[in-house]
Design a protein around this ligand. Structure first.
Ligand code: BTN
Length: 260
């Protein structure tokens, strides 16, 4: 059983230590909310710095493309951070890649070496979805959300329409607080580097954890379904796919792995 939100927040703050804690404007942990994304956006941008909101449960968790994000109580991590970015809109296309990558690397650093990134912002392990990143922009601020499966209850699992996995299955026994602290520090470090050097600074790191590289994929985009071989990301964050008639870069598409 997890701790009460007040205790969880104290534990989270201890995991950070004073120096890391000073990098945040506000950190809150609530028992329940409609969506941590919605909650932060209702508050507006915190002038003191990055604002973090974590919930034990969400009643209207938001996934990408209007999908719901199943958010049962005390089972998984539901985390959002909102901060001003000061980047040109065209520079933002790589943001969700950078955040997904930073999350995967934070999990690797905790010994979870099976975690991979799947363009544009899924976390996979053993070919199944472990978590997802949602980036919503409001003016020059970004609200970044992470849903990460820690220990999925059976009743919720029945409602999920895609192959999934949780950290418990991967053998992790880290607490939500420890994982949240590691992820948030990784996000701040990655955002600093991204603001300074752009996506190019992450290209090799993406390649090292890319779940799709070299794999046969099915791309569902504006032109319907196309089959090809994924070959990494383009400098602007698009997905490079080798099709029968040459390489194309996709910026908005659903991509799935084809069965071996
Ligand atoms: C995806 O579709 O893969 C992205 C899912 C993002 C879910 C997280 S849970 C915390 C935050 N609050 C939300 O309502 N959504 C994000």
């Amino acid at each position: 059983m997890s701790s009460a939100p007040g205790e969880a927040l104290e534990t989270l703050r201890r995991h950070f230590g004073a120096a890391q804690l000073a990098r945040f404007g506000a950190i809150d942990w609530v028992a329940s909310i409609d969506s941590t994304q919605a909650g932060l956006q209702r508050r507006g941008v915190d002038p003191r710095g990055p604002a973090v909101l974590i919930a034990d449960a969400q009643s209207a968790g938001r996934g990408r493309r209007g999908h719901a994000w199943q958010s049962p109580p005390d089972a998984n991590l539901y985390l959002s951070m909102q901060r001003r970015l000061g980047l040109a809109p065209r520079a933002l296309s790589g943001l969700s890649l950078v955040i997904g990558l930073a999350t995967a690397e934070a999990l690797h650093a905790r010994g979870l070496h099976e975690v991979r990134v799947k363009w544009p912002n899924d976390l996979l392990a053993r070919g199944r979805k472990l978590g997802g990143v949602l980036v919503e922009l409001a003016g020059d601020a970004a609200c970044i959300g992470l849903g990460l499966n820690l220990r999925m209850p059976e009743a919720t699992a029945a409602l999920i329409d895609q192959p999934w996995i949780d950290l418990a299955t991967l053998g992790a026994d880290d607490t939500r607080e420890a994982i949240a602290a590691a992820v948030l520090v990784a996000w701040l470090d990655a955002l600093e580097l991204f603001s300074r050097d752009g996506l190019a600074a992450f290209a090799a790191r993406w390649d090292a954890l890319d779940a799709l590289a070299g794999r046969e994929v099915r791309v569902l985009g504006a032109e319907g379904e196309l089959l090809g071989q994924a070959c990494g990301i383009a400098p602007d964050g698009g997905l490079r796919v080798r099709l029968a008639h040459g390489e194309r870069v996709f910026h908005s598409a659903d991509v799935s792995l084809r069965a071996a």
